[in-house]
Design a protein around this ligand. Structure first.
Ligand code: 4AD
Ligand code: MG
Length: 461
C-alpha cells in the first residue's frame, strides 16, 4: 500500500514512531549543525518539516537534496509544540530518488507568474497553486458524480467521435485517416470521405447532448461528463478548444424543472468545495482573491434570479448604460451585458426564452413563433456557466426547423426517429466544467484550471 502520505502524517498522532515518507523537496535551509527540509507529496497543500542532523549523513547526499529533488525520508514522527505544523520528522535515513540541478530547475522558491507557469505546464503541478487547483478539480468531479448518483441519474458515456454537429455551429475538428496531401477524390473532384476510416465525414464531438437525449428517452435521467471540442478561434480567458462538459438530460422535465435542477446542483457543488477543500480554498483566497470564500458562501446560499431574455433586454435598455455592444432584441448577450445583470441582482441569474435565431435547432419552440425554451445560467465573475433548454419533442416542428436551418437531415435521422416513437417532453443542460472551476478557485484564466490547456496555436505537452 506504500508509505503514508504527508496528509496522513500531518493528521497522525502516532508520535515517536518510525515513519517513511516520499516527496519532493520544496525548500531547504539550515547550517552545519541542523538542516530543515520542507517536503511535499501533493496529497495536501502543506509540506511536512523534516529535521536532519548533517553529521549523520554523507555530505554529497545532503548537497544533492535541493529544491525539486525527490526523496524518501525515514525517521521519528515528533510532536511539535506551538507551531503551525503539529508534527515533524526527525530523519534517520535519507534516500535520493532523483536530484534537480539547482542551476536549471525552473521552480525556485520565489513566486512565479501564472503566465510563466503555463510555459512549464509539465512542472506546474508541483507548485502550491496548481496542487490546490488540481485537488479541487478532483473533488469537483467526484462531487458531480455523487450528486447525480444520489439522485437516481445514470452516467452515460457518449461518443467522442461523431458524424453530426450537435450545436449546428460548424466549429468542429475533423477526424480522418485520409492522406492530407493527396486525399482520394470522387468524380466531382471532391474529397471522397467514403474512403475514410468511418466511410463518412466525422469530427470530435462539440457536445454529448444528442446521444444523452437518446438515453434519457429510455433510462429517464442520465448525465454525461466528458471532453468536448470546439474549433472556435476564441482567444479569451473563458474559452478552451478542449474542455469538459457535464450534460444531464431528463425525460418528463420541463424548463422549470430544468432550472430547479441547475440551481440546486450548482449550489450543492459550491458548498461541497467549501466543505471538502477548505485548505486549498483558503490558500487561493489568501494568494489571489480575498473575496473568494465570501463569493462562494454567497452563491451557495443565494436564490438565483429568474427572468426572460426579453425582460433582460428591457432592464439593460432601461439602465441607460453605454455598452460597447449596443443592446437590441434579437442580438446575443455579450459578457458586459451578462455582468450588468449579475451585478444588478447581486448573484446568479437564469435567463430563459431567447430569440430562436440565436439558439440551436433542438430547442423547443414557443407559441409566439419568435422564442425558444432556452435557459442560460449566468454567474457572477464568470458570465454564462450553463446553457440548456427544454427540447423540441414534436417531430414535425423539429424536422421543419432542421430544414429551415439547412442542417443535413440525413446525419440526424436517428435523432428525429425518437420523436416518432414514444416521444415525451424532456430537458437538459450543459455545465462547462472549467467555467465552474474558475468560479470555485477564483482563478481568472481558464488555462489555469485544466492540467494541459488546448487553445488556438497551443497544444504543447
Ligand atoms: O451553451 P453550450 O454551447 O451548450 C451546449 O453545448 C448544449 N449541448 C448543452 C446541453 O444543453 N446539453 O455549452 C454549454 C456550456 C457553456 O455554458 C459553457 O459553460 C461551456 O459549456 N462552454 C465552454 N467552456 C470552455 N470553453 C469553451 N469554448 C466553451 N464553450 C462552451
Ligand atoms: Mg451557450
Amino acid at each position: 500500500m506504500g508509505s503514508p502520505t504527508v496528509k496522513e502524517l500531518l493528521a497522525s498522532t502516532a508520535y515517536d514512531t518510525n515513519v517513511t515518507l516520499n516527496g519532493w523537496v520544496r525548500t531547504k535551509r539550515g547550517n552545519k549543525k541542523i538542516v530543515f527540509l520542507a517536503v511535499n507529496d501533493g496529497s495536501v497543500i502543506h509540506s511536512i518539516q523534516v529535521v536532519a542532523d548533517p553529521t549523520k549523513f554523507e555530505e554529497e547526499l545532503l548537497r544533492s537534496v535541493t529544491t525539486g529533488a525527490a526523496v524518501a525520508v525515514t525517521g521519528k514522527l515528533v510532536r511539535t509544540e506551538g507551531r503551525d505544523q503539529p508534527v515533524e520528522v526527525h530523519a534517520e535515513k535519507l534516500e535520493l530518488y532523483g536530484s534537480a540541478d539547482p542551476a536549471s530547475y525552473p521552480l525556485q522558491k520565489k513566486g512565479h507568474s501564472l503566465e510563466f507557469l503555463r510555459e512549464i505546464a509539465h512542472l506546474r503541478p508541483r507548485t502550491n497553486t496548481f496542487g490546490a487547483v488540481l485537488r479541487i478539480r478532483h473533488a469537483l468531479s467526484y462531487a458531480i458524480h455523487t450528486y447525480f448518483n444520489d439522485r437516481g441519474f445514470f452516467y452515460l458515456h457518449s461518443p467522442i467521435i461523431t458524424g453530426s454537429d450537435a450545436e449546428g455551429a460548424g466549429e468542429m475538428f475533423r477526424v480522418t485517416t485520409l492522406d492530407a496531401v493527396n486525399p482520394p477524390r470522387n468524380k466531382k473532384g471532391h474529397v471522397d470521405f467514403k474512403k475514410d476510416f468511418f466511410g463518412k465525414e466525422t469530427n470530435l464531438t462539440v457536445s454529448g447532448q444528442l446521444e444523452g437525449e437518446m438515453a434519457a428517452l429510455a433510462l429517464g435521467k442520465v448525465y454525461t461528463f466528458g471532453p468536448t471540442f470546439r474549433a472556435e478561434n476564441s482567444n479569451t480567458p473563458r474559452h478552451l478548444a478542449e474542455f469538459w462538459m457535464i450534460e444531464p438530460e431528463m425525460a418528463f422535465y420541463d424548463i422549470h424543472d430544468n432550472m430547479d435542477l441547475a440551481e440546486d446542483m450548482l449550489k450543492y457543488l459550491v458548498a461541497y468545495i467549501l466543505d471538502h477543500c477548505a485548505d486549498d480554498v483558503a490558500f487561493l483566497n489568501k494568494m489571489y482573491d480575498q473575496e473568494l470564500t465570501a463569493r462562494l458562501q454567497s452563491a451557495a446560499a443565494s436564490t438565483f434570479h429568474r427572468m426572460s431574455y426579453t425582460e433582460a433586454i428591457d432592464l439593460l435598455t432601461a439602465s441607460g448604460k453605454e455598452f460597447e455592444y449596443p443592446v437590441s432584441w434579437g442580438a446575443d448577450l455579450q459578457k458586459e451585458h451578462e455582468n450588468h445583470l449579475v451585478d444588478h441582482f447581486k448573484g446568479p441569474v437564469i435567463l430563459s426564452d431567447y430569440p430562436r435565431d440565436i439558439k440551436a435547432f433542438y430547442m423547443k419552440q414557443n407559441d409566439d413563433g419568435k422564442t425558444v425554451r432556452a435557459m442560460d445560467v449566468l454567474f457572477p465573475w464568470i458570465g454564462e456557466i450553463i446553457g440548456g433548454s427544454q427540447r423540441e419533442e414534436r417531430h414535425e416542428v423539429l424536422q421543419n426547423r432542421i430544414r429551415e436551418m439547412n442542417i443535413p437531415e440525413e446525419s440526424l435521422w436517428w435523432y428525429l426517429e425518437t420523436r416518432k416513437y414514444g416521444t415525451v417532453p424532456h430537458s437538459g443542460f450543459g455545465l462547462g466544467f472549467e467555467r465552474l472551476m474558475l468560479f470555485v478557485t477564483g482563478m481568472t484564466n481558464i488555462r489555469d484550471v485544466i492540467p494541459f490547456p488546448r487553445t488556438p496555436q497551443n497544444a504543447e505537452f
